[in-house]
Design a protein around this ligand. Structure first.
Ligand SMILES: Cc1ncc(COP(=O)(O)O)c(C=O)c1O
Length: 469
């Protein structure tokens, strides 16, 4: 038996099972919350000149798991994702086991067909008649590529000759849109000043009249509006921009209309809640993070384009014949349309999970997220010491604790969050809403039940009361 074979013994399977099982145990700490210097003293991070034994590695793996944040724990609410589905996890393992790259059909035949099938399925759910798409490295990358396609549409010569004497391009997103749009404006050479952030209403939705006004103003200043990015599920409030109105403004001004559904894309799977994305069919492009609400291990993001042809136009380059040379099946290669060369097989985990739950299973899961978020919102509304900081639109609940003894409510809430993490009870994030700190609870873990939400608020209130003396 080789070393590797003996390593993959029952110990590893037991370790994985026990890790997953203990995520469900409320007594398990979500995080050990150690400062870097303390953590460094707990694990030997040095890399030796001579190798180590598998037993030594095994010990380090145990330590790694022990001191890592348990993001699948039912008191982990810190990010817009948490935990994973079993078929998704299996897909991740099998993808690593087969270890291939998505560029050619020759080297990834099954994965290529699965990815194409998923693009067809996702495209048809969005109502796109002739869609194309690509699994990308995340929502940020999807936003970047959408903006890049839009730029090449507006200024086709840029791909080969750069900006030269072209007018300054102007892109529009809401003030609550993800920061990746600003990075995209930076990467694409637009300059962050040429990304206009449009005002939102009290729910965090872009105000269409403000968008129309901003487009007019920038045209008057000699700029060239080319892109509008709406958000379906904003990062902090979980708000959905009004796609119908934004689509119509985009069409009127001949702008590329992109929808960032990194968080809320999955909501289209629910008949009950898909009205939040009404008129998504009018989008030119759409990014969807299945690693958020679909419960897939990170990363699983799909960029969809309504009409075929843009991905190849934008990403094709010369000098690729050393890799794309399959006479027989080269037409199936996904590499020429991709910004990446080597690309992970992220399609497998989504395909397996979808096969297992089906459309209806996923629809139920989305509905349950909304019910649990409403349950959390209800606890906030019924608890006199808690205050809802923004109307709830989807799976994010933003609130704060109002202390009796402290004037500085922001500091109190930051301390409260820190104390919950220090005790390992729960990890939940915060954001500033205007001037105020709000705790942002996100319902994204497929294992969550009402009792987990109640337990979170019990911990929070007990901890707050102990600080509020
Ligand atoms: C609305 C929105 N867009 C984009 C992103 C970026 O996604 P990723 O982390 O996959 O790059 C996020 C991340 O949370 C997000 O909330």
């Amino acid at each position: 038996m080789s070393d590797v074979e003996s390593f993959l013994d029952q110990r590893v399977i037991d370790l994985v099972n026990s890790y997953i099982t203990s995520n469900a145990n409320p007594e398990t700490k979500v995080t050990h919350h150690l400062p870097p210097e303390k953590l460094r003293s707990k694990i030997d991070l040095t890399l030796p000149e001579n190798g180590s034994s598998l037993d030594e590695l095994y010990l380090t793996i145990e330590q790694y798991l022990n001191f890592s944040v348990r993001t699948g724990h039912r008191q982990f609410f810190n990010q817009l994702w948490s935990g994973f589905t079993l078929p998704g996890f299996l897909g991740e393992i099998i993808a690593s086991l087969a270890n291939t790259s998505m560029y050619t059909y020759e080297v990834a035949p099954v994965a290529t067909l699965m990815e194409k099938e998923l693009i067809k399925k996702l495209g048809s759910i969005c109502g796109f008649k002739n869609p194309e798409g690509m699994f990308v490295t995340g929502g940020s990358n999807g936003n970047l590529q959408a903006m890049m396609i839009a730029r090449n549409r507006a200024l086709p010569f840029v791909k080969s000759h750069g900006y030269k004497d072209s007018p300054e391009l102007m892109a529009f997103v809401s003030e609550e849109a993800h920061y990746s749009f600003e990075k995209s404006a930076n990467i694409l050479g637009l300059g962050s000043a040429n990304l206009r952030k449009i005002k939102t209403d009290d729910r965090g939705r872009m105000i269409p009249e403000e968008l129309a006004m901003a487009i007019e103003q920038s045209s008057q200043k000699g700029k060239a509006p080319f892109f509008v990015g709406a958000t379906a599920g904003t990062t902090v409030k979980g708000a959905f921009d009004p796609l119908t109105e934004i689509a119509s403004i985009a069409r009127q001004h001949d702008l590329w209309f992109h929808v960032d559904g990194s968080l809320g894309g999955t909501v289209v799977l629910s008949a009950r809640h898909r009205h939040l994305l009404r008129d998504l069919v009018k989008a030119d492009s759409f990014i969807w993070n299945a690693h958020k609400l679909m419960g897939l291990p990170l990363i699983c993001s799909i960029l969809l384009i309504r009409e075929k042809g843009h991905l190849l136009q934008t990403n094709s380059v010369t000098g690729t014949d050393y890799i794309f040379h399959d006479e027989a099946y080269g037409a199936c290669d996904l590499g020429p349309m991709s910004l990446q060369c080597g690309r992970r097989v992220d399609a497998l985990k989504l395909w397996l999970s979808w096969k297992y739950y089906g459309d209806l299973g996923y629809a139920e899961r989305v509905d349950r997220f909304f019910e649990l978020a409403a349950f959390a919102e209800d606890i906030v509304s019924r608890t006199p010491s808690l205050e809802l900081m923004a109307p709830r639109s989807s799976v994010n609940v933003c609130f704060r604790y109002i202390p009796n003894t402290s004037e500085d409510i922001d500091k109190f809430n930051l301390d409260l969050r820190e104390e919950l993490a220090r005790k390992g009870k729960a990890l939940v994030n915060f954001a500033r809403l205007g001037e105020n700190v709000a705790i942002r609870l996100v319902i994204a873990n497929h294992e969550l039940a009402r009792e987990d939400i109640s337990r979170f608020f019990d911990y929070l209130i007990q901890t707050a009361e102990s600080l509020d003396r």
